[in-house]
Design a protein around this ligand. Structure first.
Ligand code: HEC
Ligand code: HEC
Length: 267
């Protein structure tokens, strides 16, 4: 290359290289450049393939973090993890995005935690697991499917369908074997996914139980519960009407009795 660039310069004492020599040097130089490019190129391709979200990196993450319990082909392993075949994108997205998966150890209770992976890797894992087996299980809901519900209509549905387990306030409650968690940290997407797929001990609500419109209403109300405006003042830990009544009786009546006593002795 050097020879090529110098080839046209006026020379003194330095013999101008022949056309042929220039060509040879150019071809060899070009060859070297191409060889280097291919060499570093393949390393570069390797690195690109390992970027988060790319298919070979996802496969590696799945084999490292999931296959121990769900098997490399997703068929599941008895006493370790259930099959993932056909569970659908919404389920996978819910379990990974809510930090329940990957489970740290066999036999652990899956609970909400900060998600282990960045969003792009969650999405890649969702696609990867969904590809293991096709099914008609729910997909990750679209933005339109979760927005624009009516809080008032959702309140009626929530109290009828969800409050038995999650408490009227969404603070969660005790079940026979396992507590239903609070719904407050769940995003709109995760609420829709939980309702449609029924994680763990929660039943799945199909369209016959809750239409798409009703699901939007429930989402609106459940999100409102996460940041309620307690118009009555103190929330009393959202224990409900019994606690409110008890406090009214104890404090309200108590003050009244003291007042009556004070009036009685003052005379
Ligand atoms: C230590 C074992 C273990 C590991 C590791 C693990 N899981 Fe799980 N997984 C489980 C168990 C056990 C359940 C069932 C939990 C339940 O129903 O309460 C489960 C449930 C699931 C479900 C719900 C299945 C359904 O029927 O809806 C999904 C999806 C899932 N896991 C995905 C993953 C992914 C993806 C990974 C890797 C990032 C992973 N899991 C890592 C043990 C594991
Ligand atoms: C039979 C009891 C039951 C009913 C009814 C029920 N849930 Fe659940 N729900 C659960 C349990 C148990 C879990 C935890 C699942 C797990 O972690 O394995 C859960 C999880 C959730 C989550 C995920 C919370 C988190 O930590 O991310 C949301 C959101 C939720 N439920 C919303 C609802 C809504 C909305 C309804 C009504 C349409 C409803 N649930 C009805 C028992 C119930």
């Amino acid at each position: 290359m050097l020879a090529v660039s110098c080839g046209g310069l006026p020379t003194n004492g330095w013999r101008r290289p022949s056309r042929r020599a220039v060509h040879v040097v150019a071809v060899v130089g070009l060859g070297t450049v191409i060889a280097l490019a291919v060499g570093t190129g393949s390393a570069e391709i390797g690195r690109v393939a390992a970027a988060p979200g790319s298919s070979s990196r996802v496969a590696a993450v799945y084999l490292r973090d999931c296959a121990v319990c769900h098997r490399a082909d997703g068929e599941g392993i008895p006493h370790r993890g259930p099959t993932l075949l056909g569970v659908g994108a919404a389920s996978v997205d819910f379990w990974i995005s809510s930090g329940r998966m990957p489970l740290a150890a066999v036999g652990d209770e899956p609970t909400r935690a900060a998600p282990r992976y960045p969003r792009i890797m969650v999405q890649a894992l969702v696609r990867y697991v969904a590809r293991l087996a096709a099914g008609d299980a729910p997909a990750v809901p679209t933005r339109e499917a979760i927005a624009g519900g009516s809080v008032a209509a959702g309140g009626v549905l929530f109290r009828a369908q969800c409050a038995a387990c999650h408490a009227w306030s969404g603070d969660g409650g005790a079940l026979l074997h396992r507590a239903a968690p609070t719904t407050h940290p769940a995003s709109s997407t995760q609420i829709a996914e939980a309702v449609r797929t029924g994680p763990g001990a929660m039943p799945a609500f199909g369209r016959a139980a809750l239409t798409d419109r009703q699901l939007r209403d429930v989402i609106a109300y459940t999100r409102r519960l996460a940041s309620p405006d307690d118009r009555g003042g103190f929330d009393l830990a959202h224990l409900g009407p019994v606690a409110e009544g008890a406090i009214a009786v104890v404090i309200g009546l108590g003050v009244l009795l003291l007042a009556i006593r004070w009036i009685g002795t003052a005379r």
